[in-house]
Design a protein. Structure first.
Length: 232
């Protein structure tokens, strides 16, 4: 079973105020510091898998468009946060990382069916590196576990959870290898219980104060401002 003790994973690359989140330079900077990377995946209208967090381009590209309704040729003209940087494809990021650090990969769930998990696994089949896959959708978690068996691949699949009522039924439904939830929920009894029976990644730690508030936790952390939290 996967273990996360004291593991620190950089949220959407080392972006902070220097580079846009989920961008090639943000990932390159995380690599230069030998840090594990968290990233997000969406699937486009033409089945291209891209690295992007939101289901809409408004926040990051200042245009009100649903990402699932666009092709890769269409999104290439939109730049991230007014910079020169484009939304990268998943393949581009894998080529950059090249297996040098672990990847913590979240599959978004705004597209129905199994298109995204199937395309992600196709891309990862020949990738020579360590990675985790996770989703808020327990159906995607089950689908990923099924594809893992089918292709005899080695990776761990996690369930993201943020609602107390859904914890037990969702965990029973998909039996994830690990769970991931907000550090703010660690003080809730049911979340604490789950963290004691399943390997756990907490998200997203952004300050020394937030980190110190959960200093009794023995799992892994997804963090922003890594240098400020641990070295300043």
């Amino acid at each position: 079973m996967v273990q996360f003790k004291d593991m620190h994973i950089i949220h959407r690359g080392s972006y902070s105020y220097k580079y846009p989140e989920n961008s090639i330079p943000a990932f390159r900077e995380a690599l230069s510091n030998h840090k594990m990377i968290e990233l997000d995946l969406h699937i486009l209208k033409d089945d291209t898998v891209v690295v992007f967090h939101d289901d809409n381009l408004k926040r990051m590209c200042n245009v009100d468009l649903k990402i699932k309704n666009l092709t890769y040729e269409e999104i290439k003209k939109y730049k991230l946060n007014g910079t020169m940087y484009e939304i990268p494809t998943f393949k581009e990021v894998l080529d950059l990382v090249g297996g040098h650090v672990l990847l913590d990969i979240e599959l978004k769930y705004d597209v129905n069916g199994s298109r995204l998990p199937s395309e992600v696994i196709k891309i990862l089949k020949d990738y020579n590196g360590e990675f985790l896959l996770k989703s808020f959708d327990p159906r995607i978690v089950r689908r990923l576990k099924s594809l893992r068996r089918k292709y005899k691949m080695k990776f761990n699949v996690g369930l993201l959870i943020n609602d107390t009522k859904s914890i037990i039924p969702f965990v029973v439904f998909c039996n994830p290898d690990f769970v991931s939830f907000s550090y703010k929920n660690l003080d809730k009894k049911l979340f604490r219980f789950i963290s004691n029976v399943k390997p756990t990644l907490l998200y997203t730690i952004k300050s020394k104060e937030e980190f110190s508030s959960i200093n009794d936790f023995k799992g892994g952390y997804i963090v922003e401002n890594y240098e400020k939290i641990f070295y300043s």
